[in-house]
Write a protein that binds this ligand. Structure first.
Ligand code: DLL
Length: 435
């Protein structure tokens, strides 16, 4: 059971030595057991036995989601199937699902990594850990569950959904840590308030370990105010393990990578060149000691940067910044590149607008038309349609100035934007693609 993890404060050169040792073994295991890696390394002229420093990894070719898809279902296993104890999968909404397989040791590592979130929340076995990420093939539910168990917490496997019941259990069990997507936490908070509860008095939450989707600082502040707790951001992806690859500590100044298990690089997504600390780019991950599904230089498509300097918490594992979205999130609207997070940045300068919004892209004639539907804050009421129209125009103008692109803004009724129990759907792309 994890009570403390001395590895979290190891001098960084010792962490690097662990990474080098682990990756050397992992490269050999990939080359010897996975045909895909054998071909990849041979074709690139990369010697998997020749790694002398972590820097040498730059010579190794990248891997991508497509590679994992091409080898569905079992082509990326580095161990016999009998050693695989659990399997998770990405949703596969955009194609074939990607598979993450775990040996017993991989499952223990996972629990230990997620437990860091509870350690960062100053938690202990005294905590009641309410898990309402979805259980099942999605890694959120079981990842948080294993973290709760590893930490020795009283762990409640709620899964997502049945929100009113969630709320009763949260209240009755005195849950102190809640694990779910930030958008589901917001839905729980709003529903509790609508049920006449006062989350500040009726709940006993201290921390929320929220991730699986981007959320702005504004959204976080809103959540913290409504639920009277502290929100820690957790990052992960099915391909490398699930939640726990990096988690924020109480300082809320970036997410500590679990560097004893993952080696991170930031690259320029266009050129593939490795960027120095502090520069924004695409996160590339190599698993250090994953047994069943190791990945080498996996291009996550997630945009972040490595934060230079040390964290005030004293832990030595490097931090990544909160994610800015994905390289494949980028919308190209009439030739202009726009990230949904940029739209959100503009919206949050309007205090009348809540955190619930959705962007719809459609084709009208030969043009892409973008509509932003946004809900007002609950306490904002409009006296007249003219007042709404004026605000819409004001937001439209601000978007045009900031992004150089025309976005139609519609303020909709409260609760008009669909609530999600898992990841929120912020962008609906209905554009027709030319053949
Ligand atoms: O979302 C794993 C997870 C579960 C992470 C619970 C955190 C909490 P996938 O479904 O494979 O796995 O989706 C992975 O989600 O590449 C990011 O684009 C996005 N993502 C995950 N965490 C964050 C975060 C899980 N904290 C994809 N902030 C990743 C922003 C995130 N985006």
């Amino acid at each position: 059971m994890t009570k403390t993890q001395p590895v979290l404060t190891l001098p960084h050169d010792q962490i690097e030595a662990m990474q080098l040792e682990g990756i050397k073994k992992s490269l050999a295991a990939c080359y010897e057991n996975i045909e895909f890696y054998k071909n990849l390394f041979d074709q690139a002229g990369f010697d998997p036995y020749g790694l002398e420093s972590l820097d040498d990894l730059k010579k190794c070719p990248f891997t991508s989601k497509q590679d994992l898809r091409d080898n569905y279902p079992y082509g990326m296993l580095a161990v016999p199937l009998a050693d695989v104890k659990e399997i998770h999968m990405s949703s596969g909404t955009c194609g074939v699902a990607t598979v993450g397989a775990y040996t017993q040791k991989d499952l223990e590592t996972w629990g230990e990594c997620f437990a860091r979130g509870i350690i960062y929340a100053n938690g202990s076995e005294q905590d009641v850990c309410h898990v309402c990420y979805g259980y099942g093939l999605f890694t959120g539910g079981l990842g948080a569950h294993y973290g709760g168990l590893d930490m020795g917490c009283t762990t409640i496997p709620m899964s997502a959904g049945n929100t009113e019941r969630q709320i009763r259990v949260l209240r009755d069990m005195g849950s102190s840590i809640i694990c779910c997507t930030p958008s589901y936490a917001m839905h729980i908070a709003d529903t509790a308030i609508a049920m006449g509860l006062d989350p500040k008095k009726d709940f006993h939450l201290r921390a929320g370990i929220h991730g699986a989707e981007p959320f702005s600082d504004n959204f976080r502040a809103d959540l913290e105010k409504k639920l009277d707790y502290k929100v820690l951001d957790v990052y992960g992806l099915t391909e490398t393990m699930g939640p726990g690859v990096a988690i924020e500590c109480w300082e809320q100044t970036g997410l500590h990578l679990a560097e004893d298990h993952f080696y991170a690089e930031i690259i320029d997504p266009e050129t593939g060149e490795v960027l120095p600390d502090g520069e924004w780019g695409e996160l590339v991950l190599t698993t250090v000691d994953r047994e069943a599904s190791p990945v080498i230089r996996y291009r996550t498509r997630d945009i972040t940067r490595i934060l230079p300097g040390e964290c005030a918490c004293g832990r030595t594992h490097r931090r990544i910044d909160r994610l800015h979205g994905r390289t494949d999130d980028m919308l190209i609207i009439r030739g202009v590149n726009v990230f949904p997070s940029q739209i959100e940045d503009v919206m949050k300068t309007f205090p009348q607008i809540s955190s619930w919004y959705q962007i719809t892209l459609e084709t009208k004639g030969s043009l892409d038309v973008v509509t932003l539907r946004a809900e007002p804050e609950h306490n904002v009421s409009f006296d007249s349609p003219t007042e709404i129209e004026a605000l819409q125009n004001e937001i439209q103008a601000a978007l045009k100035t900031a992004l150089s692109v025309g976005i139609k803004v519609k303020i909709v009724e409260p609760n008009a934007i669909p609530r999600s129990e898992g990841k929120a759907k912020r962008v609906v792309d209905l554009r027709t693609v030319d053949a």
